[in-house]
Design a protein around this ligand. Structure first.
Ligand code: SAM
Length: 512
């Protein structure tokens, strides 16, 4: 079958939020690993592609030393170009195959391998974990992501169809993807037609149709390297953990802790789960069957470190908390002035406890910045905080309402007189089709005006200068209606500028 090399269609990627060492350090420390401080850590990214993730990390951690390796030389050149444009002296990119990586590279406090493990042949996959086992420093954390079962059982038919449909096609990489997409559409449409004629017919067509919808929203580089990649081998989580153990590594936790915890189940069901699967790995594997999980981002540390499960609330000491949810506002459904509620990625939390409410209010007011646990404790009262509130915040964390960080980034909530955006985001915004990284390492689909403004926000321009940029530079060349409308006059530009800066500030793109 034809192989689309990463040099023919580079994997665009962007920052991988959960892979940032600030997050890895926090999760490690929460579970009892003495993870090194990110600010002067040594960081290795394996399969660093065009360097978007590692450059964003290096730009935010000037004291850290970063090395990215990838065996696609053109991608390495692109990564070096980004680092050079940003003037980063703390990151290097090398064209190196995983099979040739070894102790000569030194040891690393954080090793990131996103989107590599399932996409390489078995010996390379094995070497990947072996390298993590060999190069990880004593308190180091590795972040490894992979496609997993059982969810991929449902995704596989469409991928296999696309591989089959292109097996004998000799065409440039871009056309191959187009051909594969067209074949997938024909097959799925036919399957749906047939199903419609057989009432109560097979679920199969609907499974295919769901996957077709999913790939329709994905760019060609994703399809090339997910659906047309000769190797895409999902694994069961428990098998991945067993593989890591063969390389003296143990599972710490999931990069998204919401996925580690039992959902809110009736107490008898929860008890049954616990008795069936007392061990963390077994329990998470069972949960993967519940959720039909397709992808995992797992954190590993060296074998022999005594992990604390579940972590005590005191483990929040030294960590900073960032709120992810939103209060239900007046006028919204479920609003009750007597009982404030927070909607967060894991559900809705009714804030009955006044101390918890106070802590969540402080976190909300400080956003997008994260608040050190000690500062939060001071606002609630340290004794009550550590005796009662910390355990509730820990629960909120495992339900998806909080993120934890060590040495958090410091985005500003209010744009200054001469606004300055994160250098990495400014660079990304100059290129087409990227999702710029915020200081928090989160990425967003930035609307047209804030996106067009980002490259100009280098801290040298006043708001008046920026309004002039909108009128004289951006609006005349804009294809987007909103950007053109913003530049109709200086008055419209000032108003639109204020809105755009606020949008960027709220999401953590602006620094002091
Ligand atoms: C799916 S991409 C993921 C890229 C990036 N980590 C991201 O998530 O955006 C896989 C990357 O691994 C690299 N790769 C594949 N096999 C490799 C090998 N044997 N040695 C080094 N890099 C490899 C590819 O060139 C590609 O950049």
């Amino acid at each position: 079958m034809p192989v689309i090399s990463y040099d023919a269609i580079p994997y665009e990627g962007t920052a991988v939020e959960a892979s940032h060492p600030r997050r890895l350090a926090a999760l490690g420390r929460l579970f009892g690993v003495e993870a090194p401080l990110p600010s002067n850590a040594r960081i290795l990214e394996i399969g660093s592609a065009i360097g978007e993730n590692l450059c964003a990390i290096a730009a935010g951690l000037p004291g850290a030393l970063c090395l990215g390796i990838d065996n696609a030389p053109r991608q390495v050149e692109l990564a070096r170009g980004t680092a050079a444009r940003l003037g980063l002296r703390n990151v290097r990119f090398e064209a190196l195959d995983i099979s040739d990586a070894g102790p000569g590279l030194g040891t690393f406090d954080y090793i990131i391998a996103h989107g590599v493990y399932s996409w390489v042949e078995a010996p390379v996959r094995d070497r990947l974990l072996e390298v993590c086992g060999e190069l990880l420093s004593p308190g180091g954390i590795a972040f490894v992501s992979y496609n997993c079962y059982p969810g991929w059982h449902l995704r596989q038919p469409l991928r296999e169809l696309m591989v089959f449909a292109t097996r004998n096609v000799r065409a440039p990489a871009g056309q191959l993807v187009g051909h594969a997409r067209a074949m997938a559409e024909i097959v799925v449409r036919t399957a749906l037609d047939l199903e419609a004629r057989l009432p109560g017919g097979p679920l199969y067509a609907r499974v295919l149709a769901r996957e077709l919808e999913f790939i329709a929203e994905r760019p060609d580089d994703y399809i090339a390297h997910e659906h047309l990649e000769p190797t895409n081998v999902p694994v069961y989580f428990a098998d991945f953990v067993a593989h890591a153990a063969r390389h003296r590594l143990q599972y710490v936790g999931d990069a998204w802790p919401l996925r580690m915890a039992l959902p809110d189940l009736a107490s008898d069901v929860a008890a049954e789960f616990e008795s069936l699967a007392p061990d963390q790995v077994e329990r998470e594997q069972l949960l993967d069957f519940v959720h039909g999980r397709t992808f995992r981002e797992s954190l590993l540390c060296r074998r022999g470190i005594q992990l604390e499960r579940p972590p005590r609330p005191g483990r929040l000491r030294g960590l900073a908390l960032r709120l992810l949810g939103e209060f239900i506002a007046p006028g919204e459904e479920r609003y009750d002035p007597a009982l404030p509620k927070l909607v967060h990625p894991g559900g809705i939390l009714a804030l009955r406890d006044p101390d918890l409410l106070e802590a969540v209010r402080v976190l909300d007011a400080q956003r997008p910045a994260a608040v050190p646990a000690e500062e939060l404790a001071a606002s609630v009262g340290p004794r009550r905080f550590w005796q009662r509130t910390a355990s509730k915040l820990l629960r909120l964390f495992f339900h998806g309402g909080l993120q934890l960080e060590v040495e958090p980034a410091r985005p500003v909530a209010t744009p200054g007189a001469m606004p300055r955006a994160f250098a990495m985001a400014r660079d990304q915004a100059r290129r087409d089709g990227t999702m710029p990284a915020a200081l928090t390492h989160a990425v967003y689909d930035v609307p047209p005006l804030p996106l067009a403004l980002l490259p100009w926000l280098d801290g040298t321009r006043t708001r008046e200068d920026l309004a002039r940029v909108i009128v004289e530079e951006l609006a005349p060349r804009a294809e987007d209606d909103a950007v053109r409308a913003a530049g109709v006059s200086y008055a419209t530009a000032r108003v639109a500028l204020a809105g755009a800066l606020q949008w960027l500030a709220q999401r953590g793109y602006l620094e002091a």
